[in-house]
Design a protein around this ligand. Structure first.
Ligand code: PMP
Length: 394
C-alpha cells in the first residue's frame, strides 16, 4: 500500500528549525519558528498557568471523558474574551478543539458541510497552513491582495478591489490581529469598511484569532472582531490559546460559530459536535481546564493579564529598538514599518537570496519570505542584526 505514496515535502519552518539546530555557530539566531521567547531565549510556562495546573492536580478526581464539545465553561469564557458582549450568547455555538489549527480544521469542515460551493478567500500572503488545509479538504479557494511590499503596510485599496469578486455565501478569511506572516494589520476604520462590505455582499467572515493580547492589548486586539461580530448575521471564529496562554503543546483552542438566530445556533452546535466526533471524538482536556480556571478566577486572571502585558510590551520595545537600529544601519526610514507592525512577526521584504545570505553569512535564520519573529530578537544584539540586514540588502 505505502509504495504508492509520494514524498511529502516537509514544512518549511520545521525544516528551518532543523537546520538551525544543526548549525554549530554559537552566535546563531533563530528568528524562524513562531514561538514567543523571553529575554533569555526561553518560552516560559506562564505564572497563572503553573498555579492553575497545581490546583488542577490537587482537585481533579477523574480522567473520564468530558463532553463532546469539550468543557463548555471554557468555550463560553474564551468566546467572551474574544467577542466581549458584541453578540447575544444564544447565537454563539462553540467547540473546544486541539489548538487553533484544530479550530480552523473544524470550521473548514463546517463550511464544506453547510455550503460545498463556497469559495474561501484568504490574504496573500497568509499563514501557509491556511491554503494547505483548504487544498487538503478540497475546498475552493482564492486569494486577495493584502500586503504592500513597498511600504510594509496593508494595500487596502487592492484588498477591497479584489473582494468585489466574492459571491454571496463565499467565506472571507481574516486574521483577527497580528497578521501572520506580515505583521501589517487593518485599522479599526478599515475593519468597519470590510464589515460594511461583508454585510452588503452577503459573504461570511471567518476570523482566525491566534494572537489576542500580542498586538495592542487584549481588548484592542479584539476590537475589529467585535465590531464585525455585532454587525453580521453569521460569523466563524477560530481561537488559539497557544500564544497568549503559552500552552502550545497542550493544544488548546475553540471553534466558534455565530448564527443568525438562537434556533439556527442550536443546529450549528449539533453539527460542530458531530464533526468533533468524526475527527477526534473528545478534545484534550488539560490545557482547556487550565484556561477556564484562569479566566474564572479574578486573581489568576489578573496575574495572567499582567504577564501577557509584559510580554507584549517587551515585543514592542524590541520592535522600536530594531526599527531605530535599521534607520542607523541603512541611513533611511525604509524599515520604519517594523516599529508600526504588531504581533510576533514582521515581513522585512528581503528577497529569498538575501534571506539565504543572512543565514549563511551571519547565522540568522528567518523564514524564506523574510518573516522574522520579533520575540526571538536579542535585546543586546539589535545593532548587529540591523547591520547584517543592511549588508545583505546592499
Ligand atoms: N493561525 C495562525 C495565523 C497561526 O499563526 C497559528 C500558529 N502558528 C495558528 C493559527 C494555530 O496555532 P495552534 O494550532 O498552535 O494553536
Amino acid at each position: 500500500m505505502f509504495e504508492t505514496l509520494k514524498p511529502s515535502p516537509p514544512d518549511k519552518i520545521i525544516e528551518l528549525l532543523e537546520m538551525f539546530r544543526a548549525d554549530p555557530r554559537t552566535e546563531k539566531l533563530d528568528l524562524g519558528v513562531g514561538v514567543y521567547k523571553d529575554a533569555n531565549g526561553k518560552t516560559p510556562v506562564m505564572r497563572a498557568v503553573k498555579a492553575a495546573e497545581k490546583r488542577l492536580l490537587d482537585t481533579q478526581d477523574s480522567k473520564s471523558y468530558v463532553g463532546i464539545l469539550g468543557d463548555l465553561e471554557f468555550v463560553k469564557l474564551l468566546g467572551e474574551l474574544a467577542l466581549g458582549s458584541s453578540v447575544p450568547a444564544d447565537r454563539i455555538a462553540g467547540a473546544q478543539t486541539p489548538g487553533g489549527t484544530g479550530a480552523i480544521r473544524q470550521i473548514l469542515e463546517l463550511i464544506k458541510r453547510s455550503n460545498p460551493a463556497a469559495t474561501v478567500w484568504y490574504s496573500d500572503p497568509t499563514w501557509p497552513n491556511h491554503p494547505a488545509m483548504l487544498a487538503h479538504l478540497g475546498i475552493p479557494s482564492r486569494t486577495y491582495r493584502y500586503f504592500d511590499a513597498a511600504t510594509g503596510g496593508v494595500d487596502f485599496a487592492a484588498m477591497m478591489a479584489d473582494l468585489v469578486a466574492m459571491k454571496p455565501g463565499d467565506v472571507l478569511l481574516l486574521h483577527g490581529c497580528c497578521h501572520n506572516p506580515t505583521g501589517a494589520n487593518l485599522t479599526l476604520e478599515q475593519w468597519a469598511e470590510v464589515t460594511d462590505f461583508v454585510v452588503k455582499a452577503g459573504v461570511v467572515p471567518f476570523i482566525d484569532l491566534a494572537y489576542q493580547g500580542f498586538g495592542d492589548g487584549l481588548e484592542a486586539d479584539a476590537a475589529g472582531v467585535r465590531h464585525m461580530a455585532a454587525a453580521v448575521p453569521e460569523m466563524l471564529l477560530a481561537v488559539s490559546c497557544s500564544k497568549n496562554f503559552g500552552l502550545y503543546r497542550d493544544r488548546v483552542g475553540a471553534a466558534i460559530a455565530i448564527s443568525e438566530t438562537a434556533e439556527k445556533s442550536a443546529i450549528t452546535k449539533a453539527n460542530l459536535a458531530s464533526l468533533s466526533r468524526l475527527n477526534f471524538s473528545f478534545p484534550p482536556d488539560h490545557g482547556a481546564k487550565v484556561v477556564a480556571l484562569i479566566l474564572s478566577d479574578p486573581a489568576l486572571k489578573a496575574d495572567w493579564q499582567a504577564e501577557l502585558e509584559s510580554m507584549r510590551a517587551g515585543m514592542l520595545e524590541l520592535r522600536k529598538g530594531l526599527a531605530n537600529e535599521l534607520r542607523r544601519a541603512t541611513n533611511s526610514d525604509r524599515f520604519d514599518f517594523v516599529g508600526t507592525h504588531r504581533g510576533m512577526f514582521s515581513r522585512l521584504g528581503l528577497s529569498p537570496e538575501q534571506v539565504v545570505k543572512l543565514r549563511e553569512d551571519f547565522g540568522i535564520y528567518a523564514v524564506g519570505d523574510s518573516r522574522i519573529n520579533i520575540a526571538g530578537l536579542p535585546a543586546q544584539g539589535l545593532g548587529k542584526l540591523a547591520a547584517a540586514i543592511a549588508s545583505v540588502e546592499s
